[in-house]
Design a protein around this ligand. Structure first.
Ligand SMILES: [Zn+2]
Length: 76
């Protein structure tokens, strides 16, 4: 079982699908059980998405939904 520190350091690789399937599974397991890391991962995901959409052409991502999610995650 991974600990929170390990999950935090692996989270960006996990997000980019750079980690192995076996590791992905371990991270997923941890995220299911740990609300701290779930929150951390969610924040990371939003940040990552914003960074990507700032760098690339507007895609079919729903910007309004994205902004809403940022607002929601900022509240918590
Ligand atoms: Zn954790």
């Amino acid at each position: 079982m991974l600990n929170c520190k390990q999950v935090a350091s692996l989270a960006s690789d996990y997000l980019d699908n750079n980690s192995t399937t076996k590791l992905n599974w371990k991270i997923r397991m941890h995220l299911m059980m740990c609300s701290h890391c779930r929150r951390f991962y969610r924040q990371l995901k939003v940040t990552n998405k914003v960074a990507r959409s700032a760098l690339s052409e507007p895609s079919n991502d729903n910007i309004d939904e994205l902004l809403q999610r940022i607002k929601e995650s900022a509240k918590k």
